[in-house]
Write a protein that binds this ligand. Sequence first.
Ligand code: SAM
Length: 239
Amino acid sequence: MSSDLHAASFGSAAEAYQRGRPPYPAEAVAWAVPPRARRVLDLGAGTGKLTRALLDAGFDVDAVEPSPQMRDQLAVSAGQASIFEGTGESVPLPDASVDAVVCAQAWHWVDPARAVPEMARVLRPGGTLSLIWNVRDHTEPWVAALDDVLHRHTRDEIDTAPRIGGPFGDPERAEFRWRHTLDRAELQDMVASRSYVILLSEPDRRALLDSILDLLDRHGLGERFELPYVTRCTRARLR
Ligand SMILES: C[S@@+](CC[C@H](N)C(=O)[O-])C[C@H]1O[C@@H](n2cnc3c(N)ncnc32)[C@H](O)[C@@H]1O
């Protein structure tokens, strides 16, 4: 299955995405964006999980997102941002127009050979590019069991500490541990919003979502529970 098809799949699950995917902890956002920044580009903004946090932190936000359905959700959750159709390879903003770029859970969809120069173009000199991923903490047995179920459908590993390269300086890394409280339906939405699950046949998708409820029962988890995450961050400054 092509990577483009996977990347384009999110739109049809935009509502499940907004309900089920975790937000980003304020400490991670504070680490990713220098406090002196004013204008921040949220790249691959999706339904606005990070955009909302950037607005709440007081930044002026340009949100770039290729999927029209994701942009519809984005307009609801983060309407104060300036919202643009675009990609990491082609951002519809002028040269040297933002102080920082943040890309949450989306850098693995871009072609870095084209996106790194594009980020360097839109950033002001000395600006920062930060990449963020929420990763489930599978040191808890039920989360390891959940990952086993999900990995039956994909073995794709995301590099959450990628190289960035020139004209950016050496990357710095940080991790933030936190817990997301959610209910059973929200966990099913989190699973349903994953690109490879969106592309399953309806019977396979239904069987997978039912198996998530069985898993929660087997591990004695009730209607509401906590899912532990590690938020992995990379930050590099434009030389
Ligand atoms: C997993 S979602 C992350 C959304 C949001 N940043 C968040 O943290 O919830 C990945 C997003 O990347 C977008 N995307 C796919 N290909 C892209 C590209 N080449 N450039 C920028 N964004 C892309 C998808 O449409 C989707 O909204």
